[in-house]
Design a protein around this ligand. Structure first.
Ligand code: CFM
Length: 572
């Protein structure tokens, strides 16, 4: 734990009054979605409609990515395949997923991009992952490091220049670790970044490791997540010992897949500290190298963004025996539920009472704001088209406000993020995934330590807490809601015409198209310069912002392009 924001706050006073027996029966299962408005289009009919303009082959392909939801009979959806050329997608590249997403937020690693300077420019502070490091600790997030590959290296090879860059960075900053990220040309010309990393590790005596995360690998940034997980697991996790001071608290967890966008991790650090939960390491928002390096001694892994980091959780479970649970700290209700999951896992009356007292105090601050704003926005429909987890997680925040999600989809998630982890066995590995290394992991003879017995795991499942499972987006969406994977701009525009949402959540590539249609758009990648939105205080921030956006009069001054068509919908 870096700072002690409110860990020194005395334990909440209400602890003695907590009814532990009642807490043990609280349902920790899937969220009940907000009922769809009475007049929504028939998603099946609309799905056919969305693709009619495409040539036949494209039509067939795209149709497999579009489904009418049924939480009781989860439909199969196509996902994690190549985007059809010519279609405007919102996806990023493999290098973005590895450097930008998973490794980039670690504050004290020097991240060197081996490639042309443009690749580095686009990875420089563009994701709003924030840092608040302890006094005296290193923080390189404001820097960008690149080898500035040019024609010379493309022709004669770039390994020497990379070695020079690593040496120069070391001489200037003396970091604990240096990571090297390959962009497209590196793979094309065949530079061996791993050999250079090994050589420099020996020369400098610090950890230097490389990633073959060339942008073209895989069909989206998802490939980069996997490559990043593998590299972190091989080169960092388990390389240091957990400090004695952290071993005192048995309730120690890692938070996987939380990247501190807009300060989300700060709020979660605050809440965990209040609850008496020791956060060993976050992967990787506001994280330091050593925290990742000694994370193998945590007793539970919490997965926020399943898409980007599920591999790490599985590998840590196999090697060290750390179980994982899926959590969602987006939305006040789901934050409370996630904290209760942690308490149920540790099964300790003191911890449970404290967690309940924190929930009671925090919810007391949330409730008045939520009640007031809900009275204005309840029933207003929303759509979410984001990444690989937020299109699911943020539905919980809208559910807090009784706003129904009428349509949603990810950009690059896999079938299990939609349909649940039970489908994992039926997902076939295609040629695009085959070039990503699957590392063989076995229990560590010295460090494997099962945290729960088989009987305890069964008992937890009987008490509503399933370890190592993720239900996916579809289980928590209404029957008849529209699901579209890797949505195109053309499809999105048709959906806006059909549903007239009060708000769309998406990214910068389509934000202004949506707003020109007279519909407010909240960017859920970088939060439009806002945040935090996680945890209890984050939920309050988000409610206020949604209220302001949905209630703004400016939208009624815009004439949507379809307003002149015969079936013109009314303006907002
Ligand atoms: Fe996970 Fe993310 Fe997301 Fe993601 Fe991303 Fe992101 Fe995202 Mo943008 S790791 S999958 S690759 S939660 S950068 S912090 S917002 S697309 S939904």
């Amino acid at each position: 734990m870096k700072r002690l924001p409110e860990s020194s706050v005395p334990p909440p006073a209400a602890r003695a009054e907590v009814d532990l027996a009642a807490v043990a029966t609280i349902d920790l299962g899937p969220m009940h979605p907000v009922a769809l408005p009475a007049q929504v289009p028939d998603a099946d009919a609309l799905a056919g409609d969305l693709v009619t303009a495409y040539p036949p082959k494209v039509l067939r392909k795209r149709r497999r990515h579009i489904r009418s939801n049924d939480p009781d009979a989860i439909p199969e959806i196509e996902a994690n395949v190549r985007t059809v050329p010519g279609i405007i997608t919102q996806r990023g590249c493999c290098y973005a997923g590895c450097k930008g997403v998973v490794l980039g937020p670690v504050t004290d690693i020097v991240h060197i991009v081996h490639g042309p300077v443009g690749c580095s420019y686009y990875a420089w502070m563009t994701r709003r992952n924030q840092a608040d490091v302890p006094e005296g600790a290193q923080n390189f997030l404001n820097y960008t490091f690149t080898t500035d590959m040019t024609e010379h290296e493309i022709i004669f090879g770039g390994e020497e220049k990379l070695a020079r860059a690593i040496r120069e960075a070391y001489d200037l900053f003396h970091p604990k670790a240096i990571a090297v990220f390959s962009t497209c040309p590196v793979g094309l010309i065949g530079d061996d970044v791993h050999a250079v990393a090994t050589q420099m590790r020996k020369e400098l005596g610090i950890n230097v490791f490389g990633f073959s995360c060339e942008g073209y690998k895989g069909v989206s940034q998802s490939a980069g997540h996997h490559i990043a997980n593998n590299g972190l697991f091989k080169h960092v996790v388990g390389t240091e010992e957990l400090p004695e001071s952290l071993k005192q608290n048995p309730f120690r967890v890692n938070l996987l897949g939380e990247y501190n966008i807009g300060g989300d991790a700060f709020e979660l650090e605050r809440v965990f500290a209040r609850c008496g939960i020791e956060l060993v390491s976050t992967f990787s928002g506001n994280a330091q190298y050593s925290e990742l390096a000694h994370s193998q001694d945590a007793n539970l892994n919490l997965i926020m963004c399943h898409r980007s980091i599920n591999y790490m959780a599985e590998m840590m479970e196999t090697k060290y025996g750390i179980p994982w649970i899926k959590v969602n700290f987006i939305g006040a209700e789901s934050t409370a539920k996630s904290l209760r999951k942690i308490a149920r896992y540790f099964d300790n009356p003191e911890l449970t009472a404290r967690v309940e007292a924190v929930i009671a105090e925090e919810m007391a601050a949330v409730e008045p704001v939520r009640a007031e704003i809900r009275s204005r926005v309840a029933g207003r429909p929303v759509m979410l088209w984001v990444g690989g987890s937020r299109a699911h997680h943020y539905q919980a925040l809208f559910a807090d406000l009784a706003m129904p999600t009428v349509a949603a989809g990810y950009e690059f998630a896999h079938r299990d993020d939609y349909e649940g982890s039970s489908v994992l066995g039926s997902i076939t590995i295609d040629a695009d995934s085959r070039n990503i290394e699957e590392i063989e992991v076995a229990p560590d003879p010295a460090e494997y330590r099962p945290r729960k017995s088989v009987d305890q795991v069964a008992e937890l499942a009987a008490n509503g807490l399933k370890l190592g499972e993720y239900e996916g987006m579809m289980a928590e969406m209404s029957k008849g809601a529209m699901i579209v994977d890797d949505i195109s701009h053309a499809e999105l525009e048709r959906l806006i015409e059909a549903y007239h949402p009060a708000l769309v959540c998406s990214g910068i590539k389509d934000k202004y198209v949506i707003e020109k249609m007279g519909v407010p758009c909240k960017q859920l990648h970088n939060y439009d310069y806002g945040g935090p939105y996680a945890g209890f205080r984050g939920a309050i921030n988000f409610y206020r912002e949604i209220d302001r956006m949905v209630g703004a009069k400016v939208w009624s001054l815009i004439t949507p392009p379809w307003a002149t068509a015969s079936a013109a919908p009314s303006k907002h």
